[in-house]
Design a protein around this ligand. Structure first.
Ligand SMILES: [Zn+2]
Length: 83
């Protein structure tokens, strides 16, 4: 397995029925057998998602996932240096 820092983790937005937030779940997590058995998936923010109905509207994006997810175009999420 290669870890290329330039390649972003592929995530899927999954709305959790417990907090009604849309979390970013790695695609590898969605296909993990243990996760599929329980129906719960760990998002990149660490939250264990209990997926809402697929017909439910998307929840508000999870702030922690937004911070944890690398920006796809490398813009807008640059860390600010202290002045
Ligand atoms: Zn999250």
């Amino acid at each position: 397995m290669t870890a290329d820092p330039s390649s972003a983790v592929v995530t899927v937005a999954v709305t959790c029925r417990l907090d009604s937030r849309s979390h970013a779940v790695p695609d590898t997590e969605l296909t993990r057998t243990a996760a599929a058995d329980t129906g719960r998936y760990r998002a990149i923010c660490g939250h264990v998602v209990s997926p809402a109905s697929l017909v439910a509207p998307d929840g508000k994006p999870c702030d922690a996932c937004s911070v944890a997810a690398p920006a796809p175009d490398g813009k807008g999420r640059r860390r600010r240096r202290p002045a």
